[in-house]
Design a protein around this ligand. Structure first.
Ligand code: G3P
Length: 224
């Protein structure tokens, strides 16, 4: 069976097609495809679904966000310890739909490290990717917001932001892995991203909102 070091992180966002029991169904599809195609997959469900999924499937579950807080009186915030206890092994940070201050990103990375969560810091261009890399997350994921949800892949519409982000990160922090996302829906989009140096992709609507989620995911990865 082929092994590769690519990772596909599927962000469930707040889509109704990936909530509750449907989140578990989709996570199980991701687990099957991960095994069938020997590709690392992770899912990022809404917080209330983390335990439901982590206790039922054997692929990494990421939170969509954590707050840079300690245990205590922080009503309504997302505590890193609790996300870890729920079975998550990582978290997105600074997604374009949940932007954070730079100081809070730094503290959130520290708190994630305290509790054993990997971190994917989302960025929107090369300068913000450079800034994120200096904080030494596990991954940066460059995603031009204007392409998110459009089905127009960043790897085709703006290849330079991918190529330039990879170059910048590897000069600053070679061990930080570079993902890209926004508009990625097909295997061709994914293949192009890899050709530009990306070590994986972060995507959402192309799979979550597909008529046949399994078929969409299979066609995304079968070229590998
Ligand atoms: O977190 C990934 C997401 O922002 C990309 O969205 O729908 O363009 O794959 P989409």
């Amino acid at each position: 069976m082929r092994e590769n070091n690519m990772i596909v992180i599927l962000n469930f966002k707040c889509y109704k097609e990936a909530m509750g029991e449907k989140a578990l169904t989709l996570a199980r599809i991701c687990e099957q495809i991960s095994q069938e195609y020997s590709i690392k997959m992770a899912v990022a469900p809404q917080h209330p679904d983390i335990y439901r999924i982590s206790s039922s499937v054997d692929i990494p579950v990421y939170a969509q966000h954590i707050d840079p807080i300690e245990v205590g009186s922080h009503t309504g915030y997302v505590l890193p310890e609790c996300v870890a206890e729920a079975g998550a092994c990582g978290t997105l940070l600074n997604h374009s739909e949940k932007r954070m201050k730079l100081a809070d990103i730094e503290r959130a990375i520290e708190r994630a490290r305290d509790v054993g969560l990997k971190t994917v810091v989302c960025t929107n261009n090369i300068p913000t990717t450079k800034a994120a890399a200096t904080l030494l997350p596990d991954f940066v994921a460059v995603e031009p917001p204007e392409l998110i949800g459009t089905g127009v892949a960043v790897s085709k519409a703006n290849p330079e932001v991918v190529r330039g982000s990879v170059k910048a990160v590897k000069e600053i922090a070679p061990n930080v892995n570079v993902l890209c996302g926004a508009g990625i829906t097909t295997g061709e989009d994914f293949k192009r991203a890899v050709e530009l140096g990306a070590e994986g992709i972060l995507l959402a609507s192309g799979i979550v909102k597909a008529k046949d989620q399994r078929e969409a995911l299979e066609s995304l990865v079968k070229w590998l």
